[in-house]
Design a protein around this ligand. Sequence first.
Ligand code: NOJ
Length: 491
Amino acid sequence: ACQSSSDKQRRFPDDFLFGAATAAYQIEGGWNEDGKGESIWDYVVHNNPAYIKDLSNGDIAADSYHNYKRDVEIMRELNLNAYRFSIAWSRVLPTGMINNVNQAGIDFYNNYIDEMLKYNITPLITLYHWDLPQKLHELGGFTNPLFADWFSDYARLVFQSFGDRVKHFITFNEPREICYEGYGTDTKPPIVNNTAIGTYLCAKHLVIAHAKAYHMYDKEFRPTQGGQCGITISVNWFGPDTDSDDDKLAAEITRQGEWGIYAHPIFSAEGGFPKELSERVAKKSAEQGYSKSRMPEFTEEEKALVRGASDFFGVNHYSASLTSATEHKVPHPVPSLMDDIDSGTYTPDEWPKSSSSWLTFAPNSLYNALTHLNTRYNKPVFYITENGWSTSNDRGLIDDDRIAYYRAALENVLDLLDDGVNLKGYMAWSLFDNFEWNAGYTERLGLYNVDFEDPARTRTAKKSAFVYKHIVTHRYIDHDYEPEAMIMTID
Ligand code: NOJ
């Protein structure tokens, strides 16, 4: 009644999963409590504190290990019907290996899940959100071909422990950030920085580990549990700077290097690494004196194992850049993924900036990315497993730029639904402010503010929380909606 055109409003389906996402290391704290083992993040923040911008760490973070009931209360305040969180591998398996299960860790996640289920909130579990057990890193982590076996053992424990109640599993969060940032550069733990082959070697072992866990779920658990298992890939949009063929090819090769090397083996009809980039790496490797390509091959058997091994395509999407074959190039180590891609990218000045250097408000980037994936990979089921906007830590509770970003992104979601894209859910990043990795607590992405000075880690709704709640509750976007008073309640 108060919305005269409400019957003309485009609506989100009632069964659409509308939620928010977090990750273990960013929210839990309790880094060594009740038997939890050390992860590569624990190791780096304790041994090299200057690696984090504000010298902070996730030892306590938002203290969700002790505040999980308040977390679920926030989900209820927002009327969410879904919540995506991750399991800390070293909380349930302190050394990473299956011989030593930490029951206290299993109990913590059981309590978290059961609290959600009490209120009909659908849990989505990410098995790996960057916190590799340090002991496994000491054996080479993702570069060790046995990685897939270690991951399978862990995955089986997760499916066995939680799969009676949890029906959505995501094996890996953001292979690009795991492999390129963690192994191909020094920008994320474990800081391997092997620019020549780190990214490619990790990529191959990661998709094989994903596929083995997927097939295990399919055979051993799906018949009784009836859930789904997929993967989440970070897909930012890279369009050509001009209409020239060279820029179009530069954009394609950039997409292949940024996310095609993870998506193609799983979601393309032909499998394996993407063609144009593989050919380029093979050629450069020969020129550089290698005896074979720095990009490993998949055997036919491996290709078949990985191809089609996912029930859905989870997309984390934030931003976009324009790609040029000749302009905006910056120096890169030789050899490296970026040198192999050999393009320049930039964001136009008129695109609004967030507090994170990598995140600008690019027009229709979510629509462009998903439309491309939908065509390229033959219409998979999609979930947006993350999307959001960062502000600085002195910005308080009025976050109109975040509101504008979410409204635009959600209009794109409606456009995609209109087009018939099989998009089944959307998770905002993030439920509340948390440890933003290398940026520590200087960049905030939460719908709720967290007071990190306060031992209780009090959570307070930002203006964007009220707007998101309105959209989730009414299933349409009212661009004129303004919260009357910033007092959050459970309806
Ligand atoms: C993606 C990552 O999965 C998440 O951990 C991170 O906080 C957000 N992007 C924002 O940077």
